[in-house]
Design a protein around this ligand. Structure first.
Ligand code: ADP
Ligand code: ZN
Length: 760
């Protein structure tokens, strides 16, 4: 390994001062699976210099003393145990994987999100870090002190003598290096080891090297008044070195990113690091380059990294080698040694909540982490989650507003098109109404670009027999199959099930099935027929599955080669293309009546965000929203860009039912292959939880168990219990009490989702 590269895996300084070591003898260990209790193990003397909270250890478990890996979470003076403690077999990590701060946060997560601590730890430390991906074992040579002291007494052949002298001068050299320096084979090294004149030690070393650091090239922008005002209030918190959560409520195009960048510059100038969380979909090379151009060394953590790459980034961050970390949700756990600031852009995005255990929300974790580190947390959005809005009203967050776009550009005008009228128009059977068609034509004639949003994939979303009425459904999920014309298949969007497009009814054999409901694939078809002279591109998870396809599509749109970009919510977010003069929402109602108490909020956010993609230059822009419900409060508020109006209408509804942000919620989903058995278990679970809530004597509301909106998925019947109360901790505690000793039947599974975002 060349001299100038930092060795990321150098041994850490000994964990304990020598005198402290005498009184510290036991390690408290949690296991990643199985037992959830913490276990105490004796630390044998030779391991005392290595043991440390935050490292993994190998320990014997159970009667058979089978060897397992666990996390040391605390080192304690050995209490007087009833039985002698078993001993730790080995300390696995040569460095600490979790700071005390992250240990405490993961402990809180375990408690709050109802997930065993060991499982939280395993999910927070990337697999590549745990396995040491990309590292290799190397042998390091040294000369024992007594041999070095008596060097003159050893008469050795010339090569061996030269080697010994070299290693005395260069301790911890690797054999090949020594042999090369002295100009011999490795044979004399082996001889010296055999004689005991050289000792060797195995250690893990990084093999990958750091990429070229990019030198910052881009100057910071001159800020406008709003930006300066917001930055000033962030600076106050940064300079005073205190924690504060600041919610930047800034309309689309108000220049929030520049504010983040300059706040980051401040903490970086103190030698601290900043973590920036963005939704995975926004983590494009373009976003990353905005940070790289300002700060040079930026570590990027996204879900497509290989284990080796992730490990390398992680090690680099831990070594303080990256002043800025940009990443999706899990970057909130980045091991920055000296954290100065956390930023969450588009804080309302549901992708900040993890949908597998531990089901944490990165905003909540970030808040705890920033508080523990005594640093500010910046949340930015044009449509803050109502949870964040409520916290700002309570004064728990500080709200700062950026109500204007950069350069005083106006927000785009938004008009609705009543789909009920359009649907009666016999001459117009497509997804695009006359008005929208005309507006598209004008925008294109004017050299503008168009974005069309339709939040449904596929060609037809329903296949039905006109004779018997039977709809084609997935047998595993009992959900309508979507016709994908390109793939020539009928596909279930919730599992892998797919069949060739049926040409006759499975139930009655009738030939001539009806295909209803439009998806993006069919919209693409219609756009090509209506505007054959203009290139269009569809962007959804079907067309954007290859790595890099998303970015290359955006490049083609940016260059102007693509004139019409159509797609699912993928296109609604964050894009900044000055030439987009028209945005069309094909159907604003797709999410409006889902059985989800956030349906209105999600609709408001989606329309506001997609509308924000236009009018981003002097060229201006406008938005047409097709809907059957132009008077729905969420749609009325969205077309006026009026967050205050939306929240004023929505919050009282939430309050009346005790829904978030006015109360806490835990959703429990039970699933199993046999409907009756699953339902029975769900009922008994519901009763136990109800009893635990009554025992704890707090006000609560328990709904269900009832079949979940998706009552069957992937062959499993699903039931849901919805539990609400004012205090989230009371809820978590009650669920834990109710389920601690619970025996779950073999083929039934259940999960508890605290602060659920997914209600289906
Ligand atoms: P938001 O995230 O609030 O929607 P962006 O941060 O994407 O807005 O900013 C919108 C556009 O304005 C970007 O192209 C950005 O480069 C530009 N911009 C931001 N701040 C300034 C400024 N102070 N002067 C000139 N242009 C700016
Ligand atoms: Zn299915």
């Amino acid at each position: 390994m060349p001299e100038d590269q930092p060795n990321l895996f150098e041994t850490q300084p000994p964990a304990w001062e020598q005198d402290a070591a005498a009184s510290i003898c036991a390690a408290r260990v949690v296991l990643p699976s199985g037992l959830t209790r913490q276990l105490d193990y004796k630390v044998p003397d030779p391991l005392r210099s290595q043991i440390e909270a935050g490292r993994r250890v190998r320990v014997p478990l159970g009667r058979s003393n089978r060897s397992v890996v666990g996390y040391c979470v605390e080192v304690v003076p050995e209490a007087k145990p009833d039985r002698p403690l078993k001993e730790i077999e080995a300390v696995i990590d040569s460095r600490c994987l979790l700071s005390r701060e992250l240990l405490e946060i993961t402990h809180w997560m375990a408690d709050y999100y109802l997930c065993p601590w060991g499982q939280v730890l395993d999910s927070v430390i990337p697999a590549g870090v745990r396995s040491g991906a990309g590292t290799r074992m190397v042998t390091l040579l040294s000369v024992p002190a007594e041999v070095a002291a008596s060097r003159g007494e050893h008469r050795l052949p010339a090569k061996q003598a030269a080697i010994l002298d070299y290693v005395i001068a260069h301790p911890e050299s690797i054999p090949a290096e020594v042999a090369a320096a002295v100009g011999c084979t490795q044979a004399p090294v082996t001889t010296l080891r055999r004689k005991g004149l050289l000792t060797s030690e195995s250690r893990r070393m990084a093999v990958e090297t750091d990429p070229e650091a990019v030198t910052p090239q881009e100057p910071h922008l001159e800020m406008n008044e709003d930006q300066s005002r917001v930055l000033a209030s962030i600076m106050t918190a940064i300079r005073e070195g205190r924690h504060e959560t600041i919610l930047i409520h800034g309309v689309t195009g108000s220049g929030k990113t520049e504010v983040y960048l300059q706040a980051i510059r401040e903490v970086v100038s103190y030698g601290q690091q900043a973590i920036v969380l963005v939704p995975e979909i926004s983590l494009t090379p373009q976003t990353v380059s905005r940070f790289r151009l300002r700060f040079g060394r930026v570590a990027v953590l996204h879900s497509h990294l290989s284990d080796v790459e992730r490990h390398r980034q992680w090690a680099r961050i831990a070594a303080g080698g990256a002043p800025v970390v940009v990443g999706a949700r899990s970057a909130v756990f980045a091991p920055t040694p000296n954290l100065g600031l956390i930023v969450i852009d588009e804080e309302h995005e549901s992708s900040f909540k993890q949908d597998t255990a531990p089901r944490y929300h990165a905003r909540e974790v970030a808040e705890r982490r920033a508080a523990a580190a005594g640093v500010p947390l910046l949340l930015g959005s044009a449509t803050p989650a109502l949870e964040s809005h409520a916290r700002a009203m309570e004064g728990r967050y500080k709200r700062v507003e950026m109500p204007r776009r950069i350069s005083n550009l106006p927000l785009p005008g938004v008009a609705t098109i009543d789909l009920r009228a359009h649907q009666q128009d016999r001459h117009n059977r497509g997804a695009i109404s006359r008005q929208l068609h005309r507006a598209m034509q004008e925008a294109l004639d004017d050299d503008g670009q168009v974005i069309l949003l339709l939040n449904r994939r596929g060609f037809s979303t329903h296949i039905q027999c006109p004779s018997c009425g039977q709809a084609s459904e997935c047998p595993e999920c009992e959900i309508a199959l979507t016709h994908h014309r390109g793939r020539k298949q009928a596909v279930c969007h919730y599992c892998d099930y797919h069949i060739p497009v049926p040409n006759q009814c499975r139930a009655c054999g009738f030939k001539g099935l009806n295909f209803f409901g439009r998806g993006t694939e069919r919209l693409e078809d219609e756009v090509r027929q209506r505007f054959p002279a203009h290139t269009s591109l569809r962007m959804d998870t079907d067309t954007m599955s290859r790595p890099g396809s998303h970015e290359s599509a955006l490049d083609r749109f940016r260059s102007g080669e693509i004139r019409i970009l159509l797609g699912t919510q993928m296109i609604a977010k964050g894009l900044d293309f000055p030439n987009v003069t028209l945005v069309g929402v094909i159907n604003a109602d797709t999410a409006l009546h889902l059985p989800d108490f956030r349906a209105a909020e999600k609709t408001f956010q989606l329309i506001t965000q997609v509308a924000g993609r236009t009018g981003r230059s002097k060229r201006g822009g406008h938005v047409l929203v097709q809907t059957c419900e132009p008077d729905h409060p969420a749609i009325r508020a969205a077309i006026r860009h009026d967050y205050a109006l939306f929240s004023a209408e929505e919050l009282p509804l939430r309050k009346a039912l005790g829904y978030p942000p006015y109360g806490a919620m835990v959703r429990i989903v039970i699933r199993g292959p046999i409907e009756i058995a699953t339902r029975e278990f769900a009922s008994s679970l519901g009763e136990r939880i109800g009893a635990a809530c009554r025992d704890a004597d707090f006000q609560f509301r328990l709904l269900g168990p009832a079949p979940a909106p998706f009552a069957k998925l992937r062959g499993k019947y699903r039931f849901a219990i919805q539990l609400q109360a004012e205090d989230p901790l009371a809820l978590s505690r009650a669920v834990r009490d109710a389920t601690e000793e619970l025996k779950t039947p073999e083929d039934v599974q259940w999960i508890a989702d605290v602060d659920p975002l997914e209600m289906m």
